[in-house]
Design a protein around this ligand. Structure first.
Ligand SMILES: Nc1ncnc2c1ncn2[C@@H]1O[C@H](COP(=O)(O)OP(=O)(O)OP(=O)(O)O)[C@@H](O)[C@H]1O
Length: 329
Protein backbone atom coordinates (compact mmCIF):
# COMPACT_ATOMS: atom_id res chain seq x y z
CA UNK A 1 0.00 0.00 0.00
CA UNK A 2 1.27 3.48 -0.82
CA UNK A 3 2.34 5.56 2.13
CA UNK A 4 0.15 8.67 1.77
CA UNK A 5 2.07 11.65 3.07
CA UNK A 6 -0.53 14.23 2.06
CA UNK A 7 -4.23 13.47 2.06
CA UNK A 8 -6.71 16.17 1.09
CA UNK A 9 -10.44 15.44 1.09
CA UNK A 10 -13.06 17.89 -0.13
CA UNK A 11 -10.99 20.90 0.94
CA UNK A 12 -12.73 24.26 0.99
CA UNK A 13 -11.33 27.65 1.90
CA UNK A 14 -13.35 30.84 1.94
CA UNK A 15 -12.33 34.37 2.64
CA UNK A 16 -14.34 36.97 4.51
CA UNK A 17 -16.94 38.37 2.15
CA UNK A 18 -17.88 34.86 1.04
CA UNK A 19 -15.38 34.34 -1.73
CA UNK A 20 -14.57 30.65 -1.94
CA UNK A 21 -11.02 30.28 -3.28
CA UNK A 22 -10.87 26.48 -2.88
CA UNK A 23 -14.10 24.65 -3.66
CA UNK A 24 -13.91 21.00 -2.70
CA UNK A 25 -10.57 19.61 -3.85
CA UNK A 26 -9.35 16.10 -3.09
CA UNK A 27 -5.95 14.59 -3.83
CA UNK A 28 -3.23 12.52 -2.22
CA UNK A 29 0.55 12.58 -2.47
CA UNK A 30 2.55 9.44 -1.73
CA UNK A 31 5.91 9.28 0.03
CA UNK A 32 8.75 10.33 -2.26
CA UNK A 33 6.39 11.67 -4.91
CA UNK A 34 6.63 15.05 -6.59
CA UNK A 35 3.18 16.47 -7.04
CA UNK A 36 2.54 19.73 -8.91
CA UNK A 37 -0.48 21.95 -8.38
CA UNK A 38 -0.83 23.74 -11.66
CA UNK A 39 -3.12 26.66 -12.33
CA UNK A 40 -3.52 30.14 -13.68
CA UNK A 41 -3.30 33.21 -11.44
CA UNK A 42 -5.93 33.04 -8.74
CA UNK A 43 -6.73 29.35 -9.26
CA UNK A 44 -6.34 28.65 -5.54
CA UNK A 45 -2.84 27.15 -5.41
CA UNK A 46 -1.48 29.29 -2.57
CA UNK A 47 -4.79 29.10 -0.69
CA UNK A 48 -4.47 25.29 -0.77
CA UNK A 49 -0.80 25.27 0.12
CA UNK A 50 -1.29 27.50 3.14
CA UNK A 51 -3.75 25.02 4.60
CA UNK A 52 -1.35 22.13 4.00
CA UNK A 53 1.45 24.09 5.64
CA UNK A 54 -0.70 24.66 8.74
CA UNK A 55 -0.80 28.42 8.18
CA UNK A 56 -4.57 28.50 7.72
CA UNK A 57 -7.53 26.40 8.79
CA UNK A 58 -9.80 24.93 6.12
CA UNK A 59 -13.36 26.20 5.93
CA UNK A 60 -14.45 22.66 5.06
CA UNK A 61 -13.06 19.20 4.38
CA UNK A 62 -10.07 17.51 5.93
CA UNK A 63 -6.34 17.72 5.39
CA UNK A 64 -3.70 15.36 6.72
CA UNK A 65 0.04 15.80 6.41
CA UNK A 66 2.16 12.91 7.69
CA UNK A 67 -1.03 11.61 9.31
CA UNK A 68 -1.74 14.80 11.27
CA UNK A 69 -3.94 17.85 10.99
CA UNK A 70 -1.30 20.47 10.09
CA UNK A 71 -3.17 23.31 11.80
CA UNK A 72 -4.30 21.66 15.04
CA UNK A 73 -1.29 19.39 15.39
CA UNK A 74 1.22 21.87 14.23
CA UNK A 75 3.88 20.83 16.75
CA UNK A 76 3.87 17.29 15.32
CA UNK A 77 4.00 18.39 11.68
CA UNK A 78 6.12 21.53 11.62
CA UNK A 79 9.52 19.95 12.40
CA UNK A 80 9.05 17.45 9.57
CA UNK A 81 8.13 19.86 6.77
CA UNK A 82 9.98 22.58 4.86
CA UNK A 83 8.17 25.57 3.44
CA UNK A 84 9.33 27.88 0.69
CA UNK A 85 6.87 30.75 0.50
CA UNK A 86 6.42 32.95 -2.58
CA UNK A 87 8.21 35.77 -0.78
CA UNK A 88 10.79 34.86 1.83
CA UNK A 89 10.83 38.40 3.20
CA UNK A 90 14.20 38.12 4.93
CA UNK A 91 15.66 41.28 6.52
CA UNK A 92 17.60 42.87 3.69
CA UNK A 93 20.45 44.17 5.85
CA UNK A 94 21.47 40.75 7.16
CA UNK A 95 24.05 38.70 5.30
CA UNK A 96 23.26 35.28 3.87
CA UNK A 97 25.15 33.61 6.75
CA UNK A 98 23.37 35.70 9.39
CA UNK A 99 20.01 34.95 7.84
CA UNK A 100 20.72 31.24 7.70
CA UNK A 101 21.99 31.15 11.30
CA UNK A 102 18.92 33.05 12.46
CA UNK A 103 16.63 30.51 10.78
CA UNK A 104 18.73 27.62 12.04
CA UNK A 105 18.13 28.94 15.56
CA UNK A 106 14.37 28.61 15.01
CA UNK A 107 14.59 25.16 13.37
CA UNK A 108 14.70 21.99 15.43
CA UNK A 109 17.54 19.67 14.41
CA UNK A 110 18.88 22.16 11.86
CA UNK A 111 21.56 20.93 9.46
CA UNK A 112 24.88 22.78 9.41
CA UNK A 113 24.22 26.12 7.73
CA UNK A 114 27.29 25.91 5.48
CA UNK A 115 26.18 22.52 4.10
CA UNK A 116 22.72 23.78 3.26
CA UNK A 117 23.99 26.96 1.60
CA UNK A 118 26.45 24.90 -0.43
CA UNK A 119 23.70 22.52 -1.52
CA UNK A 120 21.79 25.37 -3.16
CA UNK A 121 24.87 26.97 -4.72
CA UNK A 122 25.21 29.81 -2.22
CA UNK A 123 28.41 28.42 -0.66
CA UNK A 124 30.51 31.40 -1.63
CA UNK A 125 27.88 34.06 -0.87
CA UNK A 126 27.72 33.84 2.94
CA UNK A 127 29.08 37.35 3.53
CA UNK A 128 26.77 39.07 1.01
CA UNK A 129 23.81 41.09 2.29
CA UNK A 130 20.39 39.79 1.28
CA UNK A 131 19.60 43.06 -0.49
CA UNK A 132 22.64 42.53 -2.75
CA UNK A 133 21.54 39.08 -3.94
CA UNK A 134 20.09 38.65 -7.40
CA UNK A 135 16.45 37.54 -7.70
CA UNK A 136 17.59 33.99 -8.42
CA UNK A 137 19.94 33.94 -5.44
CA UNK A 138 17.14 35.16 -3.17
CA UNK A 139 14.94 32.28 -4.31
CA UNK A 140 17.81 29.91 -3.61
CA UNK A 141 18.14 31.39 -0.13
CA UNK A 142 14.40 30.81 0.36
CA UNK A 143 14.93 27.20 -0.69
CA UNK A 144 17.94 26.80 1.61
CA UNK A 145 15.87 27.96 4.59
CA UNK A 146 13.16 25.45 3.72
CA UNK A 147 15.81 22.72 3.69
CA UNK A 148 17.46 23.59 7.01
CA UNK A 149 15.42 21.09 9.01
CA UNK A 150 16.08 18.27 6.51
CA UNK A 151 12.34 17.98 5.84
CA UNK A 152 10.47 14.82 4.87
CA UNK A 153 7.95 16.96 3.00
CA UNK A 154 8.82 20.08 1.09
CA UNK A 155 6.26 22.70 0.02
CA UNK A 156 7.43 24.98 -2.76
CA UNK A 157 5.18 27.87 -3.74
CA UNK A 158 6.11 28.94 -7.27
CA UNK A 159 9.80 28.24 -6.66
CA UNK A 160 11.04 29.60 -9.99
CA UNK A 161 8.85 32.64 -10.53
CA UNK A 162 11.04 35.53 -11.61
CA UNK A 163 14.05 33.36 -12.43
CA UNK A 164 15.75 33.39 -15.82
CA UNK A 165 15.96 30.19 -17.85
CA UNK A 166 19.28 29.16 -16.34
CA UNK A 167 18.15 29.84 -12.77
CA UNK A 168 15.00 27.85 -13.40
CA UNK A 169 16.97 24.88 -14.70
CA UNK A 170 19.32 25.01 -11.70
CA UNK A 171 16.35 24.99 -9.33
CA UNK A 172 14.82 22.06 -11.21
CA UNK A 173 18.07 20.12 -10.77
CA UNK A 174 18.02 20.85 -7.04
CA UNK A 175 14.41 19.81 -6.68
CA UNK A 176 15.02 16.61 -8.68
CA UNK A 177 17.98 15.76 -6.45
CA UNK A 178 15.80 16.21 -3.36
CA UNK A 179 13.10 14.01 -4.83
CA UNK A 180 15.73 11.38 -5.71
CA UNK A 181 16.81 11.40 -2.07
CA UNK A 182 13.23 10.51 -1.08
CA UNK A 183 11.83 13.92 -0.13
CA UNK A 184 8.12 14.27 -0.85
CA UNK A 185 7.58 17.52 -2.75
CA UNK A 186 4.42 19.48 -3.40
CA UNK A 187 4.99 22.47 -5.62
CA UNK A 188 2.74 25.05 -7.16
CA UNK A 189 3.55 26.57 -10.48
CA UNK A 190 2.01 28.23 -13.48
CA UNK A 191 4.89 27.15 -15.67
CA UNK A 192 3.68 24.14 -17.63
CA UNK A 193 7.22 23.20 -18.55
CA UNK A 194 8.10 23.06 -14.86
CA UNK A 195 5.35 20.54 -14.21
CA UNK A 196 6.37 18.62 -17.35
CA UNK A 197 9.98 18.48 -16.19
CA UNK A 198 9.43 17.64 -12.55
CA UNK A 199 6.05 16.20 -11.68
CA UNK A 200 5.34 12.52 -11.09
CA UNK A 201 1.70 13.55 -10.91
CA UNK A 202 -0.12 16.84 -11.16
CA UNK A 203 -3.49 18.44 -10.66
CA UNK A 204 -4.74 21.30 -12.78
CA UNK A 205 -6.56 23.69 -10.50
CA UNK A 206 -9.09 25.99 -12.09
CA UNK A 207 -11.14 28.47 -10.10
CA UNK A 208 -10.77 26.50 -6.91
CA UNK A 209 -11.53 23.08 -8.36
CA UNK A 210 -9.40 20.28 -9.75
CA UNK A 211 -10.16 20.21 -13.47
CA UNK A 212 -7.80 17.32 -14.29
CA UNK A 213 -5.33 15.13 -12.45
CA UNK A 214 -2.92 12.32 -13.24
CA UNK A 215 0.58 11.93 -14.58
CA UNK A 216 1.69 14.26 -17.36
CA UNK A 217 1.21 11.63 -20.08
CA UNK A 218 -2.28 10.80 -18.79
CA UNK A 219 -3.42 14.41 -18.64
CA UNK A 220 -2.04 15.08 -22.13
CA UNK A 221 -3.59 11.89 -23.49
CA UNK A 222 -7.03 13.13 -22.44
CA UNK A 223 -6.72 15.80 -25.13
CA UNK A 224 -6.84 15.25 -28.90
CA UNK A 225 -3.70 14.98 -30.99
CA UNK A 226 -3.38 16.96 -34.21
CA UNK A 227 -2.57 16.15 -37.80
CA UNK A 228 -2.16 18.96 -40.28
CA UNK A 229 -1.14 19.01 -43.94
CA UNK A 230 -1.75 20.78 -47.23
CA UNK A 231 -3.95 19.21 -49.87
CA UNK A 232 -2.48 19.57 -53.38
CA UNK A 233 -4.36 21.48 -56.07
CA UNK A 234 -7.21 19.45 -57.49
CA UNK A 235 -7.96 17.67 -54.21
CA UNK A 236 -10.65 18.62 -51.69
CA UNK A 237 -11.41 17.56 -48.10
CA UNK A 238 -14.26 15.45 -49.44
CA UNK A 239 -11.66 13.32 -51.26
CA UNK A 240 -10.13 12.23 -47.95
CA UNK A 241 -11.19 8.93 -46.39
CA UNK A 242 -14.35 9.33 -44.23
CA UNK A 243 -12.92 11.20 -41.24
CA UNK A 244 -15.18 9.79 -38.51
CA UNK A 245 -14.35 6.27 -39.64
CA UNK A 246 -10.61 6.82 -39.21
CA UNK A 247 -10.95 8.20 -35.69
CA UNK A 248 -10.99 11.94 -36.45
CA UNK A 249 -13.15 13.82 -33.95
CA UNK A 250 -12.94 17.28 -35.48
CA UNK A 251 -11.39 19.18 -38.35
CA UNK A 252 -11.04 22.58 -39.93
CA UNK A 253 -9.89 23.73 -43.32
CA UNK A 254 -8.23 27.03 -44.17
CA UNK A 255 -7.36 27.46 -47.82
CA UNK A 256 -5.49 24.27 -48.71
CA UNK A 257 -4.48 23.56 -45.08
CA UNK A 258 -6.41 20.80 -43.33
CA UNK A 259 -6.21 20.29 -39.55
CA UNK A 260 -7.57 17.11 -37.99
CA UNK A 261 -8.09 16.32 -34.29
CA UNK A 262 -8.06 12.76 -33.04
CA UNK A 263 -7.74 10.77 -29.85
CA UNK A 264 -6.53 7.80 -31.91
CA UNK A 265 -3.43 9.29 -33.45
CA UNK A 266 -1.87 6.10 -34.81
CA UNK A 267 -5.09 4.89 -36.43
CA UNK A 268 -5.92 8.22 -38.05
CA UNK A 269 -2.36 8.88 -39.25
CA UNK A 270 -2.02 5.36 -40.69
CA UNK A 271 -5.33 5.63 -42.57
CA UNK A 272 -4.42 9.06 -43.92
CA UNK A 273 -0.96 7.99 -45.09
CA UNK A 274 -2.33 4.80 -46.63
CA UNK A 275 -4.88 6.89 -48.53
CA UNK A 276 -2.15 9.30 -49.70
CA UNK A 277 0.01 6.40 -50.84
CA UNK A 278 -2.79 4.74 -52.78
CA UNK A 279 -3.93 7.98 -54.32
CA UNK A 280 -0.41 9.12 -55.13
CA UNK A 281 -0.91 12.37 -53.21
CA UNK A 282 1.92 14.22 -51.50
CA UNK A 283 0.74 15.71 -48.19
CA UNK A 284 2.93 18.79 -47.97
CA UNK A 285 3.79 20.22 -44.56
CA UNK A 286 2.57 17.05 -42.88
CA UNK A 287 2.70 17.57 -39.11
CA UNK A 288 1.56 14.86 -36.70
CA UNK A 289 1.74 15.65 -33.01
CA UNK A 290 0.34 14.66 -29.64
CA UNK A 291 -1.16 17.47 -27.58
CA UNK A 292 1.33 19.30 -25.38
CA UNK A 293 0.67 19.88 -21.70
CA UNK A 294 0.08 23.52 -22.62
CA UNK A 295 -2.66 22.63 -25.09
CA UNK A 296 -4.19 20.22 -22.60
CA UNK A 297 -4.05 22.87 -19.88
CA UNK A 298 -5.70 25.56 -22.02
CA UNK A 299 -8.38 23.18 -23.22
CA UNK A 300 -9.13 21.82 -19.74
CA UNK A 301 -9.37 25.35 -18.34
CA UNK A 302 -11.68 26.36 -21.20
CA UNK A 303 -13.94 23.37 -20.63
CA UNK A 304 -14.00 23.91 -16.88
CA UNK A 305 -15.08 27.53 -17.42
CA UNK A 306 -17.76 26.48 -19.88
CA UNK A 307 -19.14 23.92 -17.41
CA UNK A 308 -19.05 26.26 -14.45
CA UNK A 309 -19.40 29.94 -15.31
CA UNK A 310 -19.02 31.12 -11.71
CA UNK A 311 -20.29 34.61 -11.06
CA UNK A 312 -17.59 36.50 -9.23
CA UNK A 313 -18.86 37.55 -5.81
CA UNK A 314 -17.66 40.88 -4.42
CA UNK A 315 -14.55 40.38 -2.38
CA UNK A 316 -12.80 43.69 -2.04
CA UNK A 317 -10.93 44.06 1.23
CA UNK A 318 -11.80 40.53 2.29
CA UNK A 319 -9.80 38.39 4.67
CA UNK A 320 -9.79 34.65 5.43
CA UNK A 321 -12.90 33.68 7.39
CA UNK A 322 -11.18 31.12 9.51
CA UNK A 323 -8.05 32.83 10.68
CA UNK A 324 -5.39 35.31 9.77
CA UNK A 325 -2.28 33.92 8.15
CA UNK A 326 0.50 33.57 10.66
CA UNK A 327 3.80 35.00 9.57
CA UNK A 328 5.73 31.90 10.51
CA UNK A 329 7.61 29.46 8.35
N1 LIG B 1 -6.87 37.25 1.77
C1 LIG B 1 -7.68 37.13 0.73
N2 LIG B 1 -8.91 37.67 0.71
C2 LIG B 1 -9.73 37.53 -0.34
N3 LIG B 1 -9.44 36.84 -1.46
C3 LIG B 1 -8.24 36.27 -1.49
C4 LIG B 1 -7.28 36.37 -0.40
N4 LIG B 1 -6.18 35.67 -0.77
C5 LIG B 1 -6.43 35.18 -1.99
N5 LIG B 1 -7.65 35.54 -2.42
C6 LIG B 1 -8.29 35.20 -3.70
O1 LIG B 1 -8.42 33.80 -3.76
C7 LIG B 1 -8.17 33.36 -5.09
C8 LIG B 1 -7.10 32.32 -5.06
O2 LIG B 1 -5.87 32.97 -4.70
P1 LIG B 1 -4.53 32.15 -4.59
O3 LIG B 1 -3.48 33.09 -4.12
O4 LIG B 1 -4.77 30.92 -3.79
O5 LIG B 1 -4.30 31.76 -6.11
P2 LIG B 1 -3.01 31.18 -6.83
O6 LIG B 1 -3.48 30.06 -7.65
O7 LIG B 1 -1.95 30.90 -5.82
O8 LIG B 1 -2.60 32.41 -7.73
P3 LIG B 1 -1.16 32.98 -8.15
O9 LIG B 1 -0.64 32.09 -9.20
O10 LIG B 1 -1.51 34.33 -8.68
O11 LIG B 1 -0.30 33.03 -6.92
C9 LIG B 1 -7.84 34.58 -5.91
O12 LIG B 1 -8.98 34.98 -6.61
C10 LIG B 1 -7.43 35.60 -4.87
O13 LIG B 1 -7.73 36.90 -5.30
Amino acid sequence: MTDQVIDVTDLRRSYTGGFEAVRGTSFTVGRGELFALLGTNGAGKTSTLEVLEGLARPTGGTVRVLGHDPYRERAAVRPRIGVMLQEGGFPSELTVDETARMWAGCTSGARPVADVLRSVGLGGRGGVRVKQLSGGEKRRLDLAMALLGDPEVLFLDEPTTGLDAEGRRETWDLVRALRDQGTTVLLTTHYLEEAEQLADRLAILHEGRIAATGDVAGVVASQPSRISFELPDGYFPGDLPPLAKIGVTGHDVQGRTVRLRTTELQRAATALLTWAQHTGVELRGLDVRAASLEEAFLQIAKEATRNDPRAEPARAGSRPVTNEKESVR
